[in-house]
Design a protein around this ligand. Sequence first.
Ligand SMILES: [Zn+2]
Length: 188
Amino acid sequence: MTGRLFLVPAATAVSRHTRFVLYLDRGLALRFDDPRAFGRVWLIADPAEVISTLGPDALELDYHQFVQRLAGHRRQIKPLLLDQSVIAGLGNIYVDESLFRAGLHPLRTAATLTDEERRRLYGAVHAVLEQAVRCKGANIAGVFEAGNFPVAVYGRTGLPCDVCGSPIVKQKVGQRGTHLCLRCQPVG
Ligand SMILES: [Zn+2]
């Protein structure tokens, strides 16, 4: 969910957010830093023990497969996209950013999306994730402080929407803080 991996010289001092250090050959160490302590580390013989519960990677789905993964769900689109057993790879930040770019309210249900809306969502998910990978993530204080992904809504409560100037609002959707522009993302 959060956290970063660092390959560092083994003698590097740990930070206060270091949760795990794996000492490697040649004086190196793989360090896992996770300010929010939501991450997990497993020691297992077969990766399938952990990843077999995950759905397909969002970036590996074509449009037809994406539609199939969402089909038949009456759930709200935001919790559905966050469900890693449906589609893997989208966390809270990138779901909010994808729904904003697609112009979809997070409380819409998957079953009510038109084909055109599903195409917009598919395009937005891909564009957001590809950009996030290029940018090495976003830089959100206390959440993930690393990259330079340009967030449009996440963590921008009260600031003007880049598209229409309306203030970004924050609501709870499925227990998760959710950022959106009510003008760009109408309820329907
Ligand atoms: Zn807007």
